[in-house]
Structures are given as structure tokens and as C-alpha cells.
Ligand binder design. Structure first.
Ligand code: SF4
Ligand code: SF4
Length: 278
């Protein structure tokens, strides 16, 4: 059976907020019986935007990431709910019933991803429920996804086997895999949020003139094992990305012709090493 999934590419998200605005426009002031009560005007962001800044000037990288209910297949909210207040539909979508869930604040606390808002006025837990009310009327994709002009978001209704192949082919990841909730929301290029880089600019001084060094070989090693080898670009820059934070003491070897330099980096967070003179 085909089920819904969401794929979000961090590389293509420009923080325009159209997805979260479309969500607010759809739900603030509007009730959809059986799906949701209205979203509060202030305070709730069923689709939330987060940002991660990595590195230091001039090697800065800023990644934006929309987050929402992950529509988990092994959802703790489902287990925490009483009276069948949370439902997993056959198409993979999670719905929190606005009437049955009244007063059930424990549902909010059960979500390890922090995806549930508590509507203080109505005393109900609320999520972005994949715009299921529109899909059930024949919409091809959720409204929040249809407004994404960059293609950063894709809603896919496919069989689980096919989705797992897409996950493999496109090297997709889920948020917080340690929670083991089997999310149906996948991220591409998530390293821009949860991994680090080591970067630098290689230069040389000759006759009091500084020049960038293009084509120098830069090797990254950890525990005497070479992990990666790259060349500096036209500006003398190099960057090793997708490194786990706090992952140890790395060695960097830079070499071109008779010039060579070795640098040690105890990696905590993304770091730009500045100008490195050979
Ligand atoms: S609409 Fe698309 S590009 Fe804009 S914030 Fe949302 S995911 Fe990012
Ligand atoms: S993200 Fe939270 S609210 Fe959504 S399905 Fe998973 S556990 Fe439930």
C-alpha cells in the first residue's frame, strides 16, 4: 500500500517561510472537524523553521531546516493517548483528534521530537497533520508543500519498499534517529545541521606579496588513518565536511612541490583555520 512521506533538502531551503506561513493561513481561524481545531494566532508553529550557523568569517555556512510532526511509524504519541485520541492512518499520516484529545497534555510530553503544540485555550495537543483534510479532497500534495518554490520539500506517496530505495539512493536521513520512532519525514544534506567541517585557506608569501595556493594536496587523518584527500581551489581554500562534532584530534597535511605543512585540530565544532602560509 502507498503511504505518504516527506523529503526535505536542506541545500535547497532558503528560509523563505512560505511553508510555515501556508500552514498558518490554512489553520488559524479554521476548524476541520475530525482533523483539527483551529491553530492559535500566536505562539504555535506547526511547521517550525530552525537555523544552524557553522564556521567563522569568511568560511560561514548557514543551513535552514523546517521541522514538524515526523509522522512516525513507531509513534510514542500513539501509545500515550487515551480513548484512541491519536490515530495512525493507513496512508502513514498521524492525526490527533481535536475532541477525543481534550485535556490529554501527556500526549505533548510523549513526543521526543518536540513536535506537538499545546493549545492552552482549547486544552488540546496539535500537530501539522500533513494537510490530510486536503489530500482527502483530492489534493495531489499538502498545501504547505505546494508553496515551496525552491523544491526543497517533496511529498511522496509510495510503497514503503520504494521509499527505502529512495532513502538509500539519495542518502536521506531522519531527525533524531536515536529515538527509534521510524519517522516518515526524511532530510537530505542534513550534515549542514548536525555535522562539522574543518576549512582553511592556503597561501604563500613571495617578495612581500601574498598569493593563494591553488592545487595543493590536503590530507585529513585521524588516528594515523587518512580519511580524505582533496585539492585547494582557485582561492587556496579547502574544506572537509560531514565530520561528527567532538570527534577527536585530526591531522592535516598540506603539500605542494617542496612546500609542506602539518596542522593538528582538536575538533569540537566547525572551524575555519584562517590563512595557512606554506
Ligand atoms: S517553503 Fe521551501 S524554501 Fe521556503 S522555508 Fe519552506 S522548505 Fe524552505
Ligand atoms: S513526531 Fe511526535 S507527534 Fe509526530 S508522530 Fe512522532 S511522536 Fe507523534
Amino acid at each position: 500500500m502507498k503511504k505518504w512521506n516527506l523529503v526535505i533538502d536542506v541545500d535547497n531551503c532558503n528560509n523563505c517561510h512560505m511553508c510555515s506561513l501556508a500552514c498558518k493561513d490554512e489553520f488559524v481561524g479554521n476548524n476541520f472537524p475530525g482533523y483539527s481545531a483551529e491553530m492559535p494566532k500566536r505562539g504555535a508553529n506547526w511547521i517550525d523553521m530552525q537555523k544552524k550557523e557553522r564556521g567563522q568569517t569568511p568560511m560561514i555556512d548557514i543551513g535552514y531546516i523546517p521541522t514538524m510532526c515526523q509522522h512516525c511509524d513507531d509513534a510514542p504519541c500513539l501509545k500515550a493517548a487515551k480513548n484512541g485520541a491519536v490515530v495512525k492512518r493507513d496512508d502513514g499520516i498521524i492525526i490527533i483528534d481535536p475532541e477525543k484529545s481534550k485535556g490529554q497534555k501527556q500526549i505533548v510530553d510523549s513526543c521526543p521530537h518536540g513536535s506537538i503544540s499545546w493549545n492552552e485555550e482549547l486544552e488540546i495537543p496539535q500537530i501539522w497533520f500533513f494537510d490530510a483534510h486536503l489530500l482527502d479532497k483530492g489534493w495531489k500534495v499538502p498545501r504547505a508543500i505546494s508553496v515551496c518554490a525552491t523544491g526543497a520539500m517533496r511529498a511522496l506517496k509510495v510503497e514503503d519498499k520504494k521509499m527505502q530505495q529512495i532513502v538509500k539512493d539519495e542518502e536521506l536521513e531522519v531527525l533524531n534517529p536515536e529515538f527509534k520512532t521510524k519517522p516518515r519525514v526524511y532530510y537530505k544534506n542534513l550534515h549542514r545541521i548536525n555535522k562539522c567541517f574543518i576549512g582553511g585557506s592556503v597561501a604563500i608569501k613571495k617578495n612581500k606579496i601574498e598569493d593563494c595556493v591553488t592545487g595543493a594536496t590536503v590530507k585529513l587523518s585521524l588516528d594515523n588513518e587518512i580519511l580524505s584527500e582533496i585539492k585547494t581551489d582557485d582561492f587556496g581554500d579547502f574544506k572537509f565536511d560531514k565530520l561528527p562534532p567532538n570527534s577527536g584530534k585530526y591531522s592535516i597535511n598540506i603539500k605542494i612541490k617542496s612546500h609542506e605543512k602539518n596542522i593538528k585540530v582538536d575538533l569540537k565544532d566547525s572551524i575555519y583555520l584562517g590563512n595557512i602560509y606554506l
